[in-house]
Design a protein around this ligand. Structure first.
Ligand code: GUN
Ligand code: FE
Length: 449
């Protein structure tokens, strides 16, 4: 396939490039093989040849090709609760609303219905790769993998481990540490088998829910499995005062140090939230190559603090963006980019009007639309070791085609075009989504061929 149209890609935390017209050539494996600007001497011949062979896709007016987004933290089973029940602190919210819902995924038919709907919804919102938490149920997690394969989304899928009888309900927990670890190992094999016939292979992820939900024995066993199979790891870390307090009182260590003790902080680890990580934790994350999944909407409800994203970018901690459905109510990473920017403004300006102006806020700079776009694309790809998230030769052809949301009333600079897209793109203005060069979702406006 060859795509003809304007492209926008991140070049780093503070830079984007907008090419008014490019030909993007995609090879048989679904990677970008060549990029030609309009002044390239081969532009016309490459375009004509593709057109003759019916391989040319031409974008409509006012449409732009962007990299597909990478959702670095999403709880697939919580999708039915998105937008509901955000009225309690984390620990109570888990027990009141979340564990009862997740327990339902023992029912494989229920899992299949929800997961097929969620995967399509995320793709329609421009998300081409996602790092998922499933539940403790192997069969339901396989349904999630099948939904990703069916709808062509690159999934990273975690069989959740939670075996601590003190912090999990009888109706929803692994019966023992051994069972938690064995079910995870079984899931790795089940997914490997499923991948044999899959058009788009899915990746298993070692997933201790978080320190309080697990016993030392399961954390230790999962650390061993991650090493044995060289797999990605995901969990939550320092998301709330309650979680931080739990690690201190039960282990006399910081939450991050507990995870590290059990071999769970590797350069393939993605830790969600991290709003309360201190500088020592952040240094440890950087040393180990651990990524943080920033979930700004969810953090406004449960995070007890605002993640200082510009500080993390400046000190080169790995950071990407996550929806954290249903701690976050929106399946859209656009809405999460918007919230990330708003939250960091509040952090910078300060929220306590009782303080005099000079004492309000922090010196941390607020993040920009470019920073947020970097998180949703390059940040996520780097965290998952994916050659994706940028329009660049050798990278995966995972794209979204978005339409400018409003008429243009005066000529706009590339930065202005970009910023409008970040603030206003919705599912309704995402016209096509491509994964590995294949069209996986078509919006209302048909592609011209
Ligand atoms: N910590 C442990 N489990 C969860 C969860 O499901 N959502 C969030 N936001 N935090 C958690
Ligand atoms: Fe979460």
């Amino acid at each position: 396939t060859v795509i003809d149209g304007p492209t926008i890609t991140s070049l780093g935390p503070d830079a984007i490039s907008l090419h008014p017209r490019q030909l993007i050539c995609i090879d048989h494996q679904g990677y970008i093989s060549r990029l030609l600007d309009e002044d390239d001497p081969d532009f016309l011949s490459v375009k004509e040849q593709a057109a003759q062979q019916d391989r040319l896709v031409t974008l409509q007016d006012n449409n732009y090709l962007l990299p597909g987004f990478i959702d670095l933290h999403v709880h697939a089973p919580q999708w039915p609760n998105a937008g509901l029940a955000l009225d309690q602190p984390l620990n109570e919210w888990l027990n009141t609303y979340t564990f009862p819902l997740e327990a339902k995924y023992q029912d494989v038919a229920f899992a299949k219905t929800v997961y097929n709907n969620l995967v399509q919804e995320l793709i329609a919102n421009g998300t081409t790769s996602a790092l998922y938490f499933g539940t403790i149920h192997n069969q339901a997690n396989l349904e999630l993998a099948k939904a990703c394969i069916h709808h062509q989304q690159r999934g990273f899928i975690g069989q959740v481990a939670m075996d601590n009888p003190q912090q999990t309900p009888t109706y929803y927990r692994d019966a023992s540490a051994t069972q938690a670890v064995n079910n995870t190992e079984k899931f790795i094999h089940q997914l490997t088998d499923l991948n044999q016939t899959a058009a788009l292979p899915q990746t298993p992820v070692i997933t201790p829910r978080f320190v309080p939900s697990c016993t030392p024995a399961s954390l230790s066993g999962l650390g061993d499995l991650a090493k044995k199979y060289d797999l990605p790891i995901q969990s939550h870390c320092s998301e709330s005062d309650w979680e931080d307090g739990y690690a201190l009182s039960h282990y006399h260590m910081r939450d991050a140090a507990v995870l590290d003790h059990f071999g769970l902080l590797t350069d393939k680890a993605v830790m969600a939230h991290g709003t309360l990580l201190n500088q020592t934790d952040l240094n440890l994350f950087k040393q180990r190559g651990v990524a943080i999944a920033h979930c700004p909407i969810s953090n406004a409800y449960f995070g007890n603090a605002i993640l200082p994203v510009s500080q993390l970018l400046a000190q080169e901690n790995k950071v990407g963006l996550g929806t954290d459905i249903s701690g976050g109510y929106s399946p859209s990473l656009y809405r999460n980019m918007n919230q990330a920017i708003i939250s960091s403004r509040l952090l910078h300006d300060g929220v306590d009007r009782q303080l005099p102006p000079e004492k309000r806020g922090t010196s941390t700079a607020p993040i920009t639309a470019k920073n947020a776009f970097y998180l949703a694309t390059v940040g996520g790809a780097t965290s998952l070791h994916l050659k994706a998230g940028q329009i660049k030769v050798g990278y995966l052809a995972d794209f979204q085609v978005v339409k400018a949301p409003f008429p243009v009333f005066y000529p706009q600079t590339p930065d202005q075009i970009f910023e409008k897209l970040i603030y206003h793109t919705t599912k309704a203005t995402i016209n096509q989504v491509f994964v590995q060069g294949k069209l996986v979702k078509e919006g209302q406006h048909e592609t011209q061929r």
